[in-house]
Design a protein around this ligand. Structure first.
Ligand code: MOS
Length: 737
């Protein structure tokens, strides 16, 4: 086991901006020669080097072709018709007026939609019957020569329903709450030791309920898709071809899920997703509109059909983070050592498709305790399905756990960092395995030092600036470094340059930039000689950009492919030389518990007059293995922290209790953090190399940055005001009166 001692904080040094890159046709290669900058390791600009984004200039000049801008010949435009009720049956759907709108090519309903080859339910089963399963569900579509005509005609489709009502209102004591099947969200229930004895014998007990809000991913780029069925040259079904341009976290998901539903083989569907304008989990799996457009395009074979969701539609059918209500009990002895932990969470799920916001998982790994019970329950409702959103589960659970730890610190009179030190586990409390690397205490200590934690008195109301009460808070973070199987990469040498190819996806994260760095390191060539080709089917199969697994999983396969390449072709390869290989979990990895860690520090000012909360400063310090590129990594951490700040101060979707419609379904009603909210926010890390996650030494960085942020801010609010707010977000109404 390698536990590297914490090193002095690294200071990312910005290099000169890279020159503009030429953007070729999809799938593009980012082969721009970039000036050599801070050279790490062997001097190839490889792992550890500060490299500017190779796709940055194309993006800021508006020349990066996103899915909706892909140039296709003679496109038609779709607009969806959505249900006004939650549950029921379509009695009549009158399309006559819509069909009369000039430019309309097709009005699609369940009556004329192509049939899918599936008996399964799910969000992708659209227009297959007269049933309505949630408000906002697609019940039809119009395709026209222009987007305006399509939208106008869609508004003229008249629908009569047999409205059956439905149950759309989530509350924690809902009688239908049930423990879900063990599955995608892991084990919903576990218990060890004697919890009742641990609670009974405690010197200190925190027992409180915490709630988190429904959150929407709200990427800048709304979900776009262009679908084209190539005209059939004959009746041979093997000749069918479907091409899709979309924004996804990896084309493999859409390809493998759609193929059997459409009666196609996976290789009959080509998917291109070269640039993605933010995803945050929401573009990990295809949603209903993908199938809607594909079905419409099937009836217009030879004609590409385009659709990009409106901002309001982004609140209806593309997923969200389900809200939670969590009861947490922390029992501790007189020294603040935990004697029992009980974490129970309940959240809604859709009857249409189960998604569990598994909030209790993080409590199984964070702190040592002899007695523990965790239980996740769900309430099935007639609402649209939720989905993964940045740190699904960990984000929600950490708000409860890390706020409760702060409450325990107050109860025991211990500094919150000291309390965490006393409960630091030697081995993973969940599995009993040793840690591959765990440097949480180094993150806390480094952060305390850099943030000036010693200024904090721990006595609310003591520090002020005019009407503003000042306070500091801290919270810990973790996120699993899981392993994805069967991920491949190919390296080819042509024209004096190397190309690394795999189905990776760059969501704005930096994959275009860092994958050549990993390849350059392994090939021992300057990074300027390495291009990437990603974001398309037809390339070697790889893990999607999800679960914070992208960089190290893709890195595994790139290093394997580079080694295979050198074994086969030596240091002076002939033109056209190529090799591919599969990445594998490092040997011995399964004997270790593998997680990223971090610590968040926040300083807030709370107005005594208005209850407004300003986050004046935030610092995150992370232990995530080796940092592949300090510039893109810092952007990931700061991005996660910004998203956490946004959740802490603003974000909450509100449903109409009659239909489940999200009433604040735009960015005027659903607030996200703006520049004015983000003041002095920084990220740093401790030096670490984790050999049991990947030969890159890296662990995941995409999600750990958001985990615990609202708790750090809420704990700072308590330090400022003496008020404990247990419900997200921390809006002024909760802090005045
Ligand atoms: Mo993500 S929430 O890891 O797709």
């Amino acid at each position: 086991m390698t536990i590297s001692p914490p090193a002095p904080p690294s200071t990312p040094t910005p290099g000169p901006d890279a020159p503009p890159v030429a953007v070729p046709d999809a799938p593009p290669a980012t082969g721009a020669p970039a000036p050599r900058r801070t050279v790490a390791g062997r001097g190839f600009g490889g792992i550890g080097s500060d490299r500017a984004r190779v796709d940055g200039p194309a993006k800021v000049t508006g020349t990066a072709p996103y899915a909706y801008e892909q140039e296709v010949e003679n496109p038609a435009y779709l607009f969806g018709v959505t249900s006004a009720i939650a549950v029921g049956r379509i009695v009549d759907i009158d399309t006559t007026q819509a069909e009369r709108v000039p430019g309309v090519l097709l009005v699609l309903t369940h009556r004329n939609a192509p049939r899918l080859r599936t008996k399964l339910m799910g969000e992708l089963v659209v227009l297959q019957s007269d049933r309505v399963r949630h408000r906002g569900e697609y019940i039809g579509a119009v395709v026209a020569q222009t987007p305006e005509a399509a939208r106008e005609a869609a508004a003229l489709v008249r629908v009569r329903y047999d409205d059956e009502g439905g149950d759309v209102d989530f509350h924690a004591d809902h009688p239908a709450a049930t423990v879900p099947k063990r599955g995608a969200a892991g084990n919903p229930r576990e218990e060890k030791g004697d919890v009742e004895a641990g609670l009974a014998g405690a010197a200190h007990l925190v027992d409180a309920t915490y709630t988190t809000a429904t959150e929407f991913h709200s990427p800048m780029e709304p979900h776009p898709i262009t679908a084209l069925w190539h005209p059939r040259p004959g009746l041979d079904p093997r000749a069918r071809r479907l091409t899709i341009y979309e924004a996804d976290q990896g084309p493999i998901a859409t390809q493998l899920i759609l193929a059997p539903m459409l009666g196609l083989l996976p290789n009959q569907i080509k998917i291109h997703s070269p640039f993605v304008g933010g995803a945050f989990g929401g573009k990990g799996m295809p949603h209903a509109h993908v199938m809607l457009v594909v079905l419409a395009a099937k009836l217009l074979a030879g004609r590409p059909v385009k659709f990009a969701l409106t901002r309001q539609q982004m609140f209806a059918t593309v997923g969200y983070r389900p809200p939670t209500a969590q009861r947490l009990r922390l029992a501790a002895d007189a020294d603040g050592r935990l004697t029992a932990v009980v974490h129970e969470s309940v959240s809604p799920t859709a009857k249409l498709a189960t998604f569990v916001e598994q909030a209790v998982g993080i409590t199984r790994v964070m702190y040592a305790t002899p007695n523990r019970r965790t239980e996740q329950r769900v309430v099935p409702l007639d609402i649209a399905p939720g989905t993964f959103m940045r740190a699904p589960g960990e984000f929600s659970g950490a708000f409860a756990l890390e706020t409760a730890m702060d409450e325990l610190a107050v109860a025991t009179g211990l500094d919150p960092i000291e309390l965490r030190r006393r409960n630091e586990p030697d081995v993973d409390p969940d599995t009993g395995k040793p840690w591959s690397t765990r440097n949480l205490l180094a993150c806390l200590d480094t952060g305390a030092d850099r943030f000036g934690w010693e200024v904090r008195t721990g006595r609310p109301g003591e520090r002020r600036d005019g009407e503003w009460l000042l306070g500091m808070g801290v919270a810990a973070a973790s996120f699993p470094a899981s392993h994805a199987l069967s991920t491949w990469a190919r390296i080819t040498f042509a024209g004096g340059r190397y190309v690394v190819e795999l189905q990776a996806s760059d969501l704005g994260t930096g994959a275009w930039t860092i994958l050549p760095q990993i390849a350059a390191d392994a090939l021992e060539v300057p990074v300027d000689l390495v291009d990437a080709r990603i974001g398309s089917t037809g390339l070697p199969v790889a893990m999607i950009a999800g679960g914070s697994m992208g960089t190290y999983t893709w890195g595994n396969s790139i290093i394997a492919a580079a080694r295979a390449f050198r074994r086969k072709h030596g240091p002076l390869p002939a033109d056209g030389a190529t090799a591919r290989a599969q990445g594998r979990l490092p040997s011995g990895a399964r004997q270790f518990a593998r997680h990223s860690f971090g610590a968040h520090f926040a300083e807030v000012a709370v107005s005594e007059v208005t209850g407004e909360v300003r986050v004046r400063r935030m610092l995150g310090v992370f232990a995530c293995g080796r940092i592949v590129n300090p510039r893109t990594a810092r952007s990931q951490f700061v991005g996660g922290m910004t998203m956490g700040l946004s959740a802490a101060l603003h974000e909450a979707g509100h449903r109409d209790p009659r239909t489940g419609h999200v009433v604040n379904h735009d960015l005027a009603g659903y607030h996200i953090a703006a520049h004015a909210d983000v003041l002095d926010l920084d990220a740093d890390w401790v030096e670490e190399f984790d050999p049991y996650v990947s030969p890159t030494g890296a662990k995941g960085i995409g999600e750990v940055g958001i985990v615990g942020v609202p708790a750090a801010i809420g704990n700072a609010i308590y330090d400022a005001t003496g008020r404990r707010v247990r419900d997200l977000p921390f809006t002024p109404d909760k802090l005045v009166g």
